[in-house]
Design a protein around this ligand. Structure first.
Ligand code: NAD
Length: 345
């Protein structure tokens, strides 16, 4: 793992502090399959405090994977989970914490902000359900921009847009307040500057550091304010149609913002100001173009024939939303995202 090479002792010290503060002596290291080597090396840094590595975290936390990981944690007698990775890895740690109460030390390596929320998701029988529980909030989070240097530009940009999506919805969600709005606007501003710099130069450590700052703010804002229609649609598209999480958020966001624009003028004014744009939905769309992101749901495997089914699933139990959730309007939103059209003025 890139940063560990350059900063071995610092990472070791932070990890020991994070795990030690929890009084843990048997940490289970978690990662995605592609990042298991990195988790093994972190386990080496922990020495006797590492009980083992479970490297099978995948997106949307399928229940079978959660149950397997819970079994391994119990068999190893783990007393703490160390999640080294993005939202998929943190999500698996949350699933373990939910039933066992084990504390989580999160070492985020993407910008999706999951490490700051009490929200967890589990996918069963093609349906992703999310809920909140204080037990799943990581007890310690170690932010180290060097650990995100290996994150490819496209994944960096998409996970950063996922964080921006948290902020856009935090600005109009039911639980929002003046402080979460300040945090959300500041996060969008930080990410809108940092992400293009990361695309230009993958090794720009200052930009990576600013992106983690934005991710932290985004997760914290979402945790307090909640989410709305955009997240509901993305959870449906991810959980029931297996679309990649961060890209789905990025593609749907300008269209969800357009759907809500006139019902949430103050929120949209803040989004536009943070982006330096005249119009929030168009500003989001233009930022994504600049980041070379995929712009159409059809680019990431969505079938046109499934749009209506997706809408029906999402509307079965809609989240509170500033504009009433109407059948025709939401279908038009999904169609616009499918085709990747620039939102109308
Ligand atoms: P991810 O964790 O799925 O990672 C994306 C890919 O990048 C994976 O293949 C991973 O192995 C790889 N990767 C991660 N870090 C890397 C690094 N430093 N270098 C190279 N490759 C690296 O991505 P994500 O977008 O952070 O997470 C998506 C998941 O998180 C979804 O399941 C989503 O529902 C969840 N999520 C949850 C919340 C919440 O509050 N509960 C918030 C955001 C996202």
């Amino acid at each position: 793992m890139d940063g560990v090479e350059g900063d071995l002792w610092l990472v070791r010290a932070r990890l020991h502090r994070g795990v030690g503060r929890r009084g843990a002596t048997r940490a289970l290291l978690l990662s995605t399959p592609g990042r298991a080597e990195g988790a093994r090396r972190v386990a080496e840094l922990l020495g006797a405090r590492a009980a083992g590595v479970y490297g099978k975290a995948v997106m949307h936390v399928p229940l079978e994977v959660a149950e397997d990981a819970r079994r391994v944690a119990a068999e190893l007698g783990a007393d703490c989970c160390v999640a080294v990775g993005g939202g998929s890895t943190v999500g698996l740690a949350k699933a373990i914490a939910l039933t066992s109460g084990l504390p989580i030390v999160a070492v985020p390596t993407t910008y999706s902000g999951s490490e700051m929320t009490t929200v967890y998701g589990l996918t069963e029988g093609g349906l992703k359900r999310t809920a909140r529980d204080a037990r799943v909030l990581p007890k310690t989070v170690i932010y180290d921009p060097e650990l995100t240097l290996g994150l490819p530009p496209a994944v960096s940009a998409a996970s950063g847009m996922n964080a921006i999506a948290h902020c856009v919805e935090a600005l109009y969600a039911q639980g929002g307040n003046p402080i979460t709005s300040l945090m959300a606007e500041e996060s969008i501003r930080a990410l809108a500057v940092a992400l293009p710099l990361i695309i230009e130069d993958q090794n720009d450590l200052n930009a990576r550091s600013d992106a983690l700052y934005g991710a932290w703010l985004a997760g914290a804002a979402l945790a307090a304010a909640g989410v709305a229609l955009h997240h509901k649609l993305c959870h449906t598209l991810g959980g029931s149609f297996d679309l990649p999480h961060a890209e789905t958020h990025s593609i749907v966001l300008p269209h969800a913002a357009r759907y809500n624009r006139d019902a949430a003028p103050e929120a949209m004014a803040r989004v536009a100001r943070a982006l330096g744009a005249d119009d929030a939905p168009r500003g989001l769309y233009d930022l994504e173009l600049k980041l070379n992101l995929k712009m159409r749901l059809s680019d990431i495997g969505m079938r046109e024939a499934d749009l209506e089914r997706a809408e029906k699933i999402a509307l079965e139990s809609p989240y509170p939303n500033p504009r009433p959730v109407e059948y025709e309007g939401v279908l038009a939103l999904l169609r616009a995202a499918y085709e990747g059209r620039r939102p109308e003025a």
